[in-house]
Design a protein around this ligand. Structure first.
Ligand code: ADP
Length: 208
């Protein structure tokens, strides 16, 4: 976008066209800076261990990276974030889970629609609950039973590998958490992840 509008501005000498080009260049430049900062932030955090993490910020970062795709397919994201404590997680892995869920949800709504992300603290179980709900095609019961299996996909060759949700499930298990799905065909799908709160899983100091 930036290059094309710069070329257009060079070609057209009138002030109105040039103003419009500068505006487009500024908007695209700001967007590029936002994405670059997000990617750099993620790269800086690329540790392999689990550490106390602000899940809300992690979701916001993931959404920045998916913003273009969501806009393209006219998917609006409805965020319901309640105050939550930090979670003891591997940010990169949990971000991978989130990306998978959001892309699946988007793909389930080819004509666009609403996608809801809810974040809350279950005080009783001391878990952080993350819910991704879409209002797309939904999943029939016989498929719902198999979606966490490796290589189970209903997508065309080159579109789906069927590995997404099985990897997500593994990642959540590694975090001592739970992941499950519910759906009614035609009414969309709900994916829930429960992750133990940081204080539950602080490493125990060893004597060695
Ligand atoms: P892939 O996306 O590569 O097919 P996944 O493991 O992520 O693999 O998903 C497995 C299958 O589960 C998908 O092919 C699709 O049929 C179904 N699925 C996953 N998420 C949704 C959703 N939000 N709505 C409808 N179907 C879904």
């Amino acid at each position: 976008t930036i290059i094309n509008y710069a070329k257009m501005g060079m070609r057209h000498k009138d002030a109105a066209t040039r103003d419009k080009c500068f505006e487009k260049i500024l908007t695209a430049g700001n967007r590029a800076a936002k994405i670059t900062n997000t990617v750099l932030g993620i790269a800086r955090n690329r540790s392999s261990g689990q550490e106390p993490t602000d899940l809300r910020q992690l979701i916001e970062n993931t959404l920045v990276l998916l913003e273009r795709e969501m806009n393209k397919y006219r998917v609006t994201v409805d965020k319901r974030f309640e105050p939550i404590p930090e979670a003891y997680i591997n940010g990169n892995q949990v971000q991978q889970v989130l990306r998978n869920l959001l892309i699946n949800a988007r793909q389930a709504m080819p004509r666009g629609g609403r996608l809801m992300i809810r974040l809350s603290h279950d005080v009783k179980n001391n878990t952080i609950d993350l819910v991704v709900r879409d209002y797309g095609c939904g999943i029939p019961p016989e498929k719902l039973r198999r979606i966490f299996d490796s290589f189970f996909t209903t997508k065309d060759v080159g579109q789906g590998t069927g590995l997404g949700l099985s990897i997500c499930y593994g990642i959540v298990q590694e975090h001592g958490g739970n992941m499950y799905a519910a759906s009614k065909p035609g009414e969309g799908a709900v994916f829930t992840i429960e992750i133990p709160v940081a204080s539950d899983r602080q490493p125990v100091a060893s004597d060695a």
